[in-house]
Design a protein around this ligand. Structure first.
Ligand code: SF4
Length: 204
């Protein structure tokens, strides 16, 4: 098994490769590639779609308004974003005009995300939005149908939920609304995290 520093060195190396990558057309419009944020040793990994304007400028995923909402939701269920999570996107370069990445772009970039998942070895993978679900699970179901459901893939518990940018466009918090449903998802993610980290703790 890789040592802790090996893991960080490997991911740093992968990030450098991404910053020079020309595997798809998205490299043409990027200011910088956006590889990850958070802790490579976290047990909870979050996957989004791709960088927006703020992320493209700063080089960190989920830093715009949607990212700030994600951080607040994580905090609300007791996670520290930097300490408890590792965050990455399906594509590392910004699609023009924030359009959805094409299937070809997602396929070109997926080897990076796959290696990130293999290196981090999370217990839980949270997939925010339909693109993350398609990119990682290859499940064609709409996000409204698949969200909230645990899917075990290669020994990792995967949960789809709404992308925070979708939640920003849907203000209602009434029962059954996207925000209310996402809140149920995050509470369930916390419950599962407690269950799995308890089981995997060497002191238990
Ligand atoms: S989106 Fe991914 S595959 Fe495309 S150029 Fe950027 S790093 Fe390479």
């Amino acid at each position: 098994m890789a040592t802790e520093s090996n893991r960080e060195d490997y991911l740093t190396h992968l990030a450098q490769i991404c910053s020079n990558c020309t595997r798809c057309e998205l490299h043409r419009g990027r200011t910088r590639s956006v590889f990850s944020d958070g802790n490579p040793h976290a047990r909870l990994m979050i996957v989004g779609e791709g960088p927006g304007q703020n992320e493209d400028e700063i080089g960190v995923p989920f830093v715009g308004k949607a990212g700030q909402l994600l951080t607040r939701m994580l905090n609300a269920v007791g996670f520290d974003r930097q300490q408890d999570t590792y965050i990455a996107n399906v594509v590392k370069c910004r699609p023009p005009g924030n359009r959805t990445p094409t299937q070809a772009e997602m396929a070109a970039c997926f080897p990076y995300l796959k290696r990130q998942i293999q290196a981090v070895q999370p217990l839980i993978l949270v997939l925010t939005g339909a693109t993350a679900v398609k990119g990682v699970l290859a499940d064609p179901r709409p996000i409204s149908r698949i969200r909230g459901e645990w899917i075990l893939r290669q020994n990792i518990w995967c949960m789809a939920t709404f992308h925070p940018s979708y939640l920003l466009r849907n203000e209602s918090k009434e029962k059954g609304s996207p925000k209310w449903l996402a809140w149920q998802d995050f509470k369930e993610i916390r419950r599962k995290y407690e269950e799995l980290t308890h089981l995997s703790s060497p002191t238990q």
